[in-house]
Design a protein around this ligand. Structure first.
Ligand code: NAD
Ligand code: UDP
Length: 384
């Protein structure tokens, strides 16, 4: 059946240039575009392992997906691919907190400088751009500056993050954690200015902790042994190895987590409803799934025990200081609840999946995908 947009109109088949298409979000977006639509994807990335299953020949969609192994930092083919497409989606970034304070230059280059030509080529060639920013551009909440027991901390005006109203509050320059947020904020401002001055058709996405299968890597299995991925993979790694989960500064920070498949539905609506999405910045998250990092760890421990059939450790978590875990210059966002008014109004989108359901789907995947390999690594290290 032909796909219809939100206003009942037919949807034209698009060619989409997806930069960073081999990453976590890119792999899920490519899957949805292949399984559910007739759009064509020119996927650009330096890695392709997360989309290999889509690139094999003989699928019904095989003539609709191409992979281009390109580093966008220095490759003249980029402009040609953007010109060939109707729409460019830029997902490429360094976006793991362990890098922000330890590789601040790479972080700033990746999130600002390397994105500049993409914006320029889209603007000069009159191509639509969906640019991936981050909820981290909001930084800390206004409420975080009030005393701990102040009643206004409970007032949504002091914590709810609104695209068109909330300020962006970062820590001092020596807290290099904010190198990422600041680079993302400046590229958002540039995209917005290209829209205002040169008519660029753009949409900016601010993801709020999208999680699910294929997120990051398990250290020593499909990523570096010393690597520090985002929290879902850090905690999965601990659970797979039977080690306590490390709670940075006591795990008091709060996050809202959204299931990747819900979030991809929001992106699909942006792709297929340009008149509703152009010129907007969208929070994409699940305000109903708020937990502290400590509560997240407790829930993951409980669900992993059910999924794997292994009882939890007697002491399943340990506290660790942020300096020891991430090094000098780390800082944290205290609380991240997205306001959903704009995305509900424009795209009629709402997240569906509860935190316990999404963790059960994801931990089942992690267990099936990694437990055998982790056991082998552990038994080798005991033997040697
Ligand atoms: P990811 O690291 O899995 O994906 C990014 C992809 O970009 C990787 O495959 C990487 O190889 C590729 N890439 C980076 N630099 C490149 C370059 N120079 N040339 C070619 N490819 C390059 O991350 P993700 O979670 O899929 O995030 C995608 C986007 O969404 C990023 O812009 C990130 O800042 C943003 N974001 C994601 C989340 C989340 O919850 N996952 C939260 C906030 C923001
Ligand atoms: N965190 C933690 N233990 C870990 C990894 C992360 O306590 O092993 C905390 C981290 O300090 C932050 C939260 O989990 O407060 C989320 O971290 P993530 O890396 O997912 O990225 P962020 O949401 O900060 O962008």
């Amino acid at each position: 059946m032909a796909r219809l947009d939100l206003d009942g109109g037919g949807i034209e088949k698009l060619t989409i240039c997806m930069i960073g298409g081999g990453g976590f979000i890119g792999s899920h977006l490519c899957e949805t575009l292949m399984y559910e639509t007739q759009h064509r994807v020119l996927a650009i990335d330096v890695y392709s392992d997360k989309i290999e299953h889509l690139l094999e020949q003989g699928h019904p969609w095989s003539d609709r997906i191409e992979f281009h192994r390109i580093n966008i930092k220095h490759d003249p083919r980029l402009e040609g691919l953007i010109k060939m497409a109707d729409l460019t989606i830029n997902l490429a970034a360094i976006c793991t907190p362990a890098d922000y304070n330890t590789r601040p230059l790479d972080t700033i280059y990746s999130n600002f400088i390397d994105a500049l030509p993409v914006v320029k080529y889209c603007s000069e060639n009159n191509k639509r751009l969906i640019h991936f920013s981050t909820c981290e551009v909001y930084g800390k909440t206004i409420g975080s500056f009030l005393p701990k027991d102040h009643p206004l901390r409970q007032d949504p005006d002091f914590y709810l993050l609104k695209e068109d109203k909330s300020p962006c509050i970062f820590g001092p320059i020596e807290k290099q954690r904010w190198s990422y947020a600041c680079a993302k904020q400046l590229i958002e401002r540039l995209v917005y200015a290209e829209g205002a001055e040169n008519g660029l058709e753009f949409t900016i996405v601010r993801p709020f902790n999208w999680i699910g299968p294929r997120m990051d890597f398990i250290p020593g299995i499909d990523g570096p042994s010393e690597g520090v991925p985002r929290v879902l993979a850090c905690f999965s790694n601990g659970l797979l190895r039977g080690e306590p989960l490390k709670l940075v500064d006591g795990g008091q920070s709060q996050r809202t987590f959204v299931y990747i498949k819900d979030a991809i539905e929001a992106v699909l609506r942006m792709i297929e409803n340009p008149s509703r999405a152009n010129g907007h910045i969208f929070n994409v998250g699940n305000p109903n799934n708020e937990v502290t990092v400590r509560q997240l760890a407790e829930l993951m421990i409980e669900i992993y025990s059910k999924v794997s059939g292994q009882p939890p450790l007697e002491e399943p978590t340990i506290d660790i200081s942020s300096k020891e875990f991430y090094g000098e210059g780390y800082d944290d966002s205290d609380k991240r609840i997205p306001d959903m008014t704009i995305i509900k109004e424009q795209l009629e989108w709402e997240p569906k999946t509860s935190l316990s359901d999404l963790l059960e789907f994801t931990l089942t995947y992690q267990h099936k995908t990694y437990s055998h390999a982790v056991k082998q690594v552990l038994s080798k290290s005991i033997a040697s």
